[in-house]
Design a protein around this ligand. Structure first.
Ligand SMILES: [Ca+2]
Ligand SMILES: [Ca+2]
Ligand SMILES: [Ca+2]
Length: 322
């Protein structure tokens, strides 16, 4: 069995290249918004959120004044929910899709005031796009939704060939051993490419860490370090790294399976393939579980499955690594 994955930040033209699978990564911090929509109605915040998600949109989460201005082109009158709340931690407003702290706000005078100690959801209530915190269960507002564009951007693709939009920044578990006695993990660090703009983040891989048992390889750009964290020096070497002119190739073997990574630095492309059967359904991370079923690939570390690509992607963030 041979599987391939490619993290590649390129245009759609590359889609035509045979045998290569694109990995689309899209920012959790600043998603690419294709379009804003209004769903009219008298809803509470949760109903509004569900109404957007029903259409495969999300409650609008304005992250810049430009985005707020775009949203307000749809404003007619009255109240409209947006995807901002401080439900999780009083006073710390976050975006509902990824729980990241808000990077932009447009509070009305004397807001947010958390009136009666129970105002945790945000509505837009004036033509100037001003925000008010209000009780999430108040049934009075329409929904501002945002639609994220898939189109021709680079994308992630799992071992089971599920594509998704995720451009997280920082260290993530690309894939790891989730069998009973796990032995390896592969983490990658993503950062924005030079041609990213605030409204259109495109990330690339800048470093890869592989650990297999007590052996490790750290690839940081062109710098490669391998070693072991104890154990017998006579242990067979299980990670091999080949540095070539255009790419760095890494192989490691666990059980009956050999994993191969090929990182083509200038193309910002990371190819992953494996041959073997032991790890079918026993992998986890951004590349899913490799059981041939793409539907269950958005499994989070706690075992639950989400439909939300950003929630899935962020759940595999390595939080203790800079
Ligand atoms: Ca509050
Ligand atoms: Ca208020
Ligand atoms: Ca799967």
């Amino acid at each position: 069995m041979l599987r391939l994955l490619l993290i590649l930040a390129v245009t759609c033209l590359t889609l035509a290249v045979p045998h290569e699978k694109l990995v689309e990564k899209r920012s959790s911090a600043i998603p690419i918004i294709e379009e804003y929509h209004v769903i009219d109605g008298q809803m509470d915040w949760y109903e509004a959120k569900a109404a957007c998600e029903e259409k495969n949109w999300q409650l609008a989460q304005p992250r810049t004044q430009f985005q707020m201005d775009e949203i307000m082109k749809l404003y007619v009158a009255g109240f409209y929910w947006i995807g901002v709340s401080d439900e999780n931690h009083e006073g710390n407003f976050t975006y509902c899709s990824d729980n990241h702290p808000i990077t932009y706000s447009n509070w009305d005078t004397n807001e947010p005031n958390n009136e009666h100690g129970a105002e945790n959801c945000v509505e837009v209530w004036k033509l100037a796009g001003k925000w008010n915190d209000v009780n999430c269960t108040v049934v009075r507002a329409s929904a501002f939704c945002e639609q994220h564009g898939p189109v021709c951007e680079p994308h992630m693709r799992t071992f089971d060939e599920r594509t998704y939009n995720f451009q997280g920044i920082g260290w993530y578990h690309l894939f790891k051993d989730c069998s009973e006695n796990p032995t390896f993990e592969v983490t990658t660090k993503f950062e924005p490419r030079e041609d990213s703009t605030p409204d259109n983040i495109k990330t690339r891989t800048i470093a890869i860490n592989v650990t297999v048992g007590n052996q490790y390889a750290i690839i940081d750009g062109r710098d490669v370090t391998t070693g072991r964290t104890g154990g017998q020096v006579t242990d067979a070497k299980v990670i091999t790294v080949q540095e070539e002119e255009k790419d760095i190739k890494l192989h490691f073997t666990s059980k009956d399976t050999t994993f191969s990574l090929k990182w083509t630095l200038r193309k910002h492309a990371l190819d992953v393939s494996y041959s073997g059967s032991f790890y079918s359904g026993k992998l986890c991370g951004l590349m899913g579980n490799a059981d041939d079923d793409p539907r269950n690939d958005f499994q989070k570390p706690d075992g639950t499955i989400t439909k939300n690509a950003i929630e899935f992607g962020e759940s595999w963030k390595v939080t203790d690594k800079k």
